[in-house]
Write a protein that binds this ligand. Structure first.
Ligand SMILES: [Zn+2]
Length: 88
């Protein structure tokens, strides 16, 4: 069992939502006020990576996509490297 950092109740180690206070475990908040799960943040990282590779393959104007992907990628990878945290 682990302890919820907000309400101190015991929760299952695999749980991603605290049953008591509904705190959520994830990798940062998204634009909708939700929480990124490991899956969604990995998907974003893959999209950024695809932008970089795709943009370089296209060349010319495609480099704009490569630059955008290059800017986005660290923002996706940093939370993954840091690990999941609890948010409420
Ligand atoms: Zn809680």
């Amino acid at each position: 069992m682990i302890q919820c950092p907000f309400c101190r109740s015991d929760i299952h180690p695999e749980a991603t939502i605290c049953p008591q206070c509904h705190a959520r475990k994830g990798y940062g908040s998204n634009n909708d006020g939700g929480i990124h799960t490991g899956g969604s943040i990995s998907l974003l990282a893959i999209i950024c990576f695809a932008l970089i590779v795709g943009g370089m393959l296209i060349g010319d104007m495609g480099y704009i996509f490569a630059v955008l992907g290059g800017i986005g990628l660290p923002f996706c990878l940093a939370p993954l490297a840091r690990g999941a945290r609890w948010y409420r």
